[in-house]
Design a binder for this molecule. Structure first.
Ligand code: IPM
Ligand code: MG
Length: 365
């Protein structure tokens, strides 16, 4: 059956890394029984330049009707001065919110071949495999009221609202517990229940959900600041970490850097399963648009390629193809082929395009 993929290259290095996946998709169409149909659309600064808005309703509708979405990255200094509510990032937030992509899966995996790229000692990170499950459509990112107002005394006041409901907490908790069951069966739930009411509720609802449905999974509550510290002290104590939108943004960057190679980390943002059995899903690398290295052919496309592998796995259930693609990435790294960001002694530096080609020739072999 043909799967429709909407591709949003975005800004900075987005187009060059995403085009490696387009090449890969063409290879799958020509060489396997898989069949993909793709369409490209604009998001972020590229969309602001073309339409004056970071994500148009027309592109949104195309995403809604696709079977999965692949994005590069958004943002860059060029759009620093545009109005706050139409910044490139606002386009991505609109896509997440409109398709209700509430479950953001961010694996932090240390590849043996890249162990020296981590700033932590090898024995601390060797074999590290953490899954951060970040709530993506609630919390302070979207809470109302929000704004900047001028007070009577002339001072300005900026404000945002952190809010979570039972159902928002429960549905992300379920994703985390279900994932843990397929992994090492352990969930750390992180909030600031010692300071914030929304955190207190988060902890209570996670406890109830655990007792109701997931008693066989180990659950540990942890304050988010302690989690930030523990991630550096002893990251291998973690299996699945479930947390809110803002803490998840921060903790996932920290966990990503434990691996030493932000350019390697994929992500999936999954929605609820509709009555017709369809689940909206967006796949994107965790790294940003890196405008400083755009158009030089040196960006690492592997995070995007691994995001495509997550698409094969989570949206389409093509587990064997996903495994094969993940293995191809490992093999290329083991052979010492590297893009500049993860370049090391005795390795060979190759370009963005060459990396795409190497993955394809490894799949073909
Ligand atoms: C991320 C990014 C986004 C976020 C930005 C680009 C809106 O930092 O995906 O982690 O803050 O969620
Ligand atoms: Mg972030």
């Amino acid at each position: 059956m043909t799967k429709k993929i909407m591709i949003l290259p975005g800004d900075g290095i987005g187009p060059e890394i995403v085009s490696q996946v387009s090449k890969l998709i063409k290879w799958y169409n020509e060489n396997t029984d898989l069949n993909f149909e793709t369409e490209n659309g604009l998001i972020g600064g590229a969309s602001i330049d073309a339409y004056g808005h970071p994500f148009t309703d027309e592109t949104l509708e195309k995403c809604r009707s696709a079977d999965a979405i692949l994005m590069g990255a958004v943002g860059g200094p060029k759009w620093d001065d545009v109005d706050f509510d139409i910044r490139p990032e606002a386009g991505l937030l609109k896509l997440r919110k409109e398709l209700e992509l509430f479950a953001n899966l961010r694996p932090a995996l240390v590849f043996d071949a890249l162990i020296d790229a981590s700033s932590l000692k090898p024995e601390i990170v060797k074999g590290l495999d953490i899954m951060i499950v970040r709530e993506l459509t609630g919390g302070i990112y979207f809470g109302e009221p929000r704004g900047i107002e001028t007070l009577k005394n002339g001072e300005r006041r900026g404000f945002n609202t952190q809010t979570y409901t039972t159902s928002e907490i429960t549905r992300i908790g379920e994703v985390a517990f279900e994932l843990a069951k397929k992994r090492s069966n352990k969930v750390h739930s992180c909030e600031k229940a010692n300071v914030m009411e929304s955190g207190k509720l988060w902890r209570e609802e996670m406890t109830i959900l655990h007792a109701d449905k997931f008693k066989d999974v180990e659950l540990e509550h942890m304050y988010a600041d302690n989690c930030a510290m523990q991630l550096l002290r002893n990251p291998k104590q973690f299996d699945v970490i479930v947390t809110d939108n803002l803490f998840g943004d921060i903790l996932s960057d920290e966990a990503a850097m434990l691996t030493g190679s932000l350019g390697m980390l994929p992500s999936a943002s999954l929605g609820a399963i509709n009555t017709d059995g369809k689940m909206h899903a967006l796949y994107e690398p965790v790294h940003g648009s890196a405008p400083d290295i755009a158009d030089q052919g040196i960006a690492n496309p592997l995070a995007t390629i691994l995001s495509f592998s997550m698409m094969l796995r989570y949206s389409f259930g093509y587990k064997e193809h996903a495994d094969r693609l993940d293995n191809a990435v490992q093999t290329i790294l083991n052979r010492g082929l590297r893009t500049k960001d993860v370049m090391a002694k005795n390795c060979t530096e190759i370009s963005t395009m060459q990396m795409g080609d190497e993955i394809i020739s490894e799949l073909s072999s």
